[in-house]
Design a protein around this ligand. Sequence first.
Ligand code: PGA
Length: 256
Amino acid sequence: MYRRPIFAANWKMNKGPSDTESFVKSFLSKLTGRQTSDIVIAAPFIALPTLSEALRDARGVEMAAQNCSQFDDGAYTGEISVKMLREILVRHVIIGHSERRSIFGETNAVINAKMKKAREAGLKLIFCIGETLEERNAGQLESILRSQITEGLDGITPSDMEDTVVAYEPVWAIGTGVTATAEQAQEAHAFVRSVISDLYGPEVAGKLRIQYGGSVKPNNAAELMACPDIDGALIGGASLDAQSFVDIISNGSPAN
Ligand code: PGA
């Protein structure tokens, strides 16, 4: 089954409005030709209006938020609702990133509440999962991924899955310069797809795009993307530089 790859930049807590503006100028000038992959940029909340304006004439590059609240509105100091994101034309939201899980204490239940809230607002999901090194070394890779998937997707319907991308990001590979080997990544992706098939059937699983994330760079993108179950990447550090993000997209995308 053909799946169009999707490359998403996850800027994390980098780039305010002015850096965002200069990045987009440079990025769009380097991104030439017809794109064979989808492209998403996840900027900090405060930079999203600038990003929206800067991308206005750039067909095919969409915006994502890096998080959202599981609540509608009210007394939740510091939070941003899905309705607010929709108001500024955000299309995608990253949910369940390992930094949200480990630093901000988000459990599978919280992540699931956010996933459902985001879908109610029609946002597309980039749902992150992944094991720590300790879990992998203890032989828990599959059980951790299975519970993250099953609990995170509880109540998410087959039609929601059409607007969902799963990002497999082994925590030990994020920001460390250590990438999973193509074999390790492929094995985990195939497992993720099999769990999705158990939950939703083979058709939904066959259509689902599964991104790899964790130290993706211009020089390893092609090898990772050549794996049959890897359908794009979620890129942190290497997406902060316009040339390097463009190189990852072009090295990892199918030929025109
Ligand atoms: P990295 O981050 O590319 O810097 O490893 C990936 C991510 O956390 O999404």
